[in-house]
Design a protein around this ligand. Structure first.
Ligand code: B12
Length: 300
């Protein structure tokens, strides 16, 4: 029910709507001209008026743009919502925005591009961050908040897997393009058996490369026998095994490398999937920055 700024019936003037929403009248004009979010009530001889439904649409537009969603996309949502306040994206986990908290502008841009499935924009934003701030800061401040937000969105809705896949590809591509040192790799990086999450390892490989350390990244789902064979054939100084899921964090995999005849000088476990107590002599990684330093120190 509209109360303030009433003009004859329940329709509002542009000035009243602007005051009510806390936006400039020029913003309303722009949204009208560019996105068709204008007043629909026509009274002969007067300016058009905003109805309750028009106002609902504008409220959706305002909420989404203030969450960082691009205006064109927000407007499409606002226009497509029949019952705007319930059908439009909300704060309850059913929305179209990636929850980010106090994230950097680059993280917000990456999240917006991710929701648009705009891979070139995602790559460009992340490439710039890696080039300007380095792998570790780009990972910690830009990739991690967005990936965490996507994970939360997925958990709440069981949707946005396509967003998760595309952003994973873009992050992988950018990390993969970080120039690698020419030296022979003495570091072996692998995901645990059946573990599909590899981005933190890709971040580690790229971070090590920027620190001048070459590594071999075996990637996802490395069976224990394959890991043992790789250790036999390459004799690495450092081995990092990643497990994100509790189901893939069988510490026996670490113990097996630890008992290998060519036991690496540094054997480290990364990721939240491992049990609290690790086999003797296994280092527990906690952040990308400290992982780069630890591995770099081991091969120095
Ligand atoms: C991208 C992604 C995927 C991609 C992975 C692509 C790839 N190449 O890696 C794909 C689509 C393959 C995928 C698959 C699945 N996923 Co997934 N995925 C994610 C997502 C969005 C990001 C993963 C990531 O890179 N995280 C890295 C950062 C963001 O998280 P983090 O580990 O908390 O990071 C910190 C610490 O680990 C710490 N740290 C500690 N030690 C070290 C060491 C180093 C070197 C580094 C860098 C960091 C570090 O610092 C990190 C910050 O830097 C997460 C959401 C999330 N919150 O992680 C879900 C998430 C991990 N996935 C989840 C699930 C359920 C799945 C699937 C089972 C879905 C399905 N139904 O098939 C499968 C798993 C299959 C399997 N067996 O592995 C759940 C896991 C829940 C749980 N704990 O059991 C999550 C949490 C989403 C959710 N909220 O539900 N996923």
């Amino acid at each position: 029910m509209l109360r303030s700024g009433r003009v004859g019936d329940d329709a509002l003037s542009a000035g009243a709507v602007a005051r009510r929403l806390g936006v400039a009248v020029t913003t309303l004009r722009t949204w009208h001209q560019r996105y068709g979010l204008g007043p629909s009530r026509h009274v002969p001889g007067q300016h058009r008026r905003y109805t309750a439904q028009d106002l609902n649409r504008l409220e959706v537009m305002l909420r989404l743009t203030s969450q960082g969603i691009a205006p064109a996309e927000a407007a499409a949502w606002a226009l497509s919502a029949h019952r705007a306040t319930s059908a439009a994206p909300g704060r309850d986990g059913g929305g179209q925005a990636i929850p980010l908290g106090h994230a950097s502008p680059a993280a917000r841009g990456l999240a917006r591009a991710a929701m648009r499935l705009d891979a070139p924009a995602m790559r460009a934003i992340f490439e710039d961050e890696v080039a300007e701030r380095g792998v570790i800061a780009a990972w910690d401040d830009v990739a991690v908040p967005v990936l965490t937000g996507i994970g939360e969105r997925y958990q709440a809705t069981q949707r946005f897997v396509e967003v998760e896949h595309l952003i994973s590809r873009c992050v992988s591509e950018v990390f993969g393009a970080v120039p690698r040192p020419a030296s022979a790799p003495r570091v072996l990086l692998a995901a645990a058996d059946e573990e599909q999450h590899t981005l933190p390892l890709e971040a580690l490989a790229a971070g090590l490369a920027q620190a001048g350390v070459a590594s071999r990244l075996l990637g996802a789902r490395v069976p224990p026998q394959a890991l043992a064979d790789a250790v036999t054939r390459t004799g690495p100084t450092a081995v990092v095994l990643w497990s994100h899921m509790a189901g893939t964090g069988d510490a026996g995999q670490l113990a097996r490398v630890g008992e290998h005849p060519h036991r690496p000088l540094l054997l480290a476990a990364g990721g939240p999937g491992w049990p609290a107590v690790l086999p003797a002599g296994v280092a527990q990684l906690t952040t990308l920055g400290s992982a780069v330093s630890l591995v770099q120190g081991a091969v120095a």
